[in-house]
Write a protein that binds this ligand. Structure first.
Ligand SMILES: Cc1cc2nc3c(=O)[nH]c(=O)nc-3n(C[C@H](O)[C@H](O)[C@H](O)COP(=O)(O)OP(=O)(O)OC[C@H]3O[C@@H](n4cnc5c(N)ncnc54)[C@H](O)[C@@H]3O)c2cc1C
Length: 412
């Protein structure tokens, strides 16, 4: 009797036996698809296999975010986030113009309503200038009102390269181009891990060649099967948005961030397809993909038994995060107060319509700290992208160039 064919090769694509030019990427979010595209632009001889567990692109973070191309102002100079966000912002704007992806360079405004906030925006101004964010401006109240006639605040920081974008549209365009360049994008294929040099999926196993793990909310779990990044755990943090009816915003108006946290506070953003959006909140999610506020019992039990989780929960950082965010997340009246502190326009609870929700793949380390920097582990022919939180979307093209350089020094 012939041997039962169980490998992915046998019933999806007849992969060549020689794997010396093969790169397998796990996860077709904006990071994975941008890497696939960039690898083939830099080296068309590569065989790129991109595995995605969903039947389509954009089910998770890359299709459920604020749709903002950040300018890089909130990042510490010298960090990967600052470098990648500034370069990525420019690259994505150029790309979108060329490929007809909807975006608008409307600028980002961060307002100051008191002395403490003034100090924060001056820090952002200094960081931004040091990191190379283009054309930053400090605005007085009169100048602020010229850009945003209904903004609160007596001064503001304006970053003209901040833009809004159709994030799902960009992801789909990059996916299309990656396929055109030769990527084998395989949907409905869940990677379970890597064992004895083989990648295990729900549809069989095969030799991945060079492996890149960009699985977003599950990147830690896949890395752990390779004994990599075991000090890190992804804790899902949900973010909810409301559409705010009856108000006008010309660009994006942010409250100054707490520089100790990786999440930005509630802000008002002009939607790329019209409307004004407020959010996102930041609160724990009891499941990595529980967008409708459900509870994934298995994942919740796993999460609460993780030492990193407990260390995080006991930390001053988390208690402050909870203090600042829990009420905003759960009580619409408190959310409304946040909006009123940004705009002078009349807004009532009736004007708030639930819009979308996203869940951030936030990494927590073994001391319980929320990891703010991008986290990339490179070991031999394996790259694990464990923390690619915001501004991960903005940074994706620069991220992809960085990863491609590493791969191309290792695949001759
Ligand atoms: C609420 C929110 C707002 C944000 N706002 C912004 C913003 O305005 N600007 C910005 O720059 N960034 C923003 N971000 C961050 C940005 O969305 C992310 O940094 C970026 O999308 C990460 O991309 P990714 O490819 O790593 O992850 P994802 O988009 O989550 O992609 C990972 C992919 O891997 C797949 N996958 C997972 N596990 C497996 C498996 N086992 N096998 C196969 N496939 C698997 C998933 O299905 C998914 O498609 C925001 C994020 C959130 C949640």
């Amino acid at each position: 009797m012939p041997e039962k064919k169980t490998t992915i090769e046998h019933y999806i694509i007849p992969f060549p036996r020689d794997t010396s030019k093969r790169v397998t990427i796990i996860g077709a979010g904006i990071i994975g698809t941008s890497i696939a595209r960039q690898l083939l632009l830099d080296n068309p001889d590569l065989e790129i296999i991109l595995l995605e567990k969903e039947p389509e692109l954009g089910y998770h973070q890359s299709g459920r975010n604020s749709g903002v191309l950040h300018s890089g102002i909130n990042q510490k100079p010298g960090s990967l986030k600052a470098r990648f966000a500034i370069e990525g912002n420019r690259l994505i704007r150029e790309y979108s113009k060329k490929h007809g992806v909807k975006f608008e360079q409307c600028g980002t405004i961060v307002i100051a309503r008191n002395k403490k906030e003034e100090k924060i925006i001056k820090t952002l101004y200094e960081w931004g200038n040091k990191a190379g964010v283009p054309e930053l401006q400090l605005l007085n109240r009169r100048e602020l009102l010229e850009y945003e006639p209904y903004a609160q605040g007596y001064m503001a920081l304006r970053s003209p390269t901040g833009s809004i974008i159709d994030s799902e549209g960009l992801l789909k365009q990059v996916g299309k181009e990656a396929i055109k360049l030769g990527t084998k994008l395989i949907f409905a294929t869940t990677v379970k891990g890597v064992q004895d040099g083989r990648i295990l999926t729900n549809r069989g196993r095969f030799d991945p060649g060079f492996l890149i793990n960009s699985a977003g909310l599950y990147a830690d779990k896949i890395a752990h099967t390779m004994e990599i990044g075991k000090r890190y755990t992804i804790i899902p943090f949900r973010g909810d948005y409301y559409e705010v009816e009856g108000i006008t915003v010309n660009s994006m108006i942010y409250q100054p961030p707490d520089l100790n946290f990786p999440f930005l506070g509630v802000h008002l953003t002009k939607g790329i397809n019209g409307g004004v959006h407020a959010g996102p909140t930041a609160t724990l999610s009891f499941g990595r993909e529980e967008y409708n506020k459900g509870i994934n019992i298995k994942e919740s039990i796993e999460m609460v038994f993780t030492p990193n989780f407990w260390r995080m929960v006991m930390s001053k950082e988390f208690i402050n995060l909870l203090k600042n965010n829990a009420r905003t997340s759960f009580i619409p009246r408190v959310f409304l107060e946040q909006i009123k502190s940004i705009t002078t326009q009349e807004v009532t609870l009736d004007d708030l319509k639930p819009f979308r929700s996203g869940i951030r793949a936030q990494v927590v380390d073994f001391t319980g700290k929320l990891v703010k920097e991008f986290l990339i582990k490179v070991e031999q022919n394996r790259i694990n992208i464990i923390n690619a939180v915001s501004p991960g979307f903005t940074s994706s093209f620069a991220f992809a160039k960085h990863i491609s350089r590493i791969v191309n020094t290792r695949i001759k």
